[in-house]
Write a protein of this length. Structure first.
Length: 85
């Protein structure tokens, strides 16, 4: 299992556009990917679940990748968060 934390810098938090992009990146991997916000946990491959986290600027999320390609998934998602959120 691979895990990393990231503090959201985008002033709008995880809103529709980056949530959709996040789901597309996550869907490219076979492993299970969970995003844990301040109060909820969501499957990163489901856009409504990601948006319902209600993550705002300044919140820290934990991304957990568990499965066959977890190393590649964690690296790709960490890069995505740094570049987009």
């Amino acid at each position: 299992m691979k895990e990393f934390q990231y503090t959201i810098k985008d002033e709008l938090g995880i809103h529709a556009r980056p949530a959709g992009q996040l789901v597309k990146v996550a869907a490219g991997f076979a492993c299970n990917i969970q995003v844990t916000g301040p109060t909820k946990k969501a499957d990163a491959k489901r856009i409504m679940a990601v948006m319902q986290l209600g993550v705002k600027q300044g919140h820290t999320v934990t991304v957990t990748c568990d499965g066959a390609d977890e190393d590649a998934a964690a690296a790709a998602l960490e890069t995505f968060f740094k570049e987009n959120l």
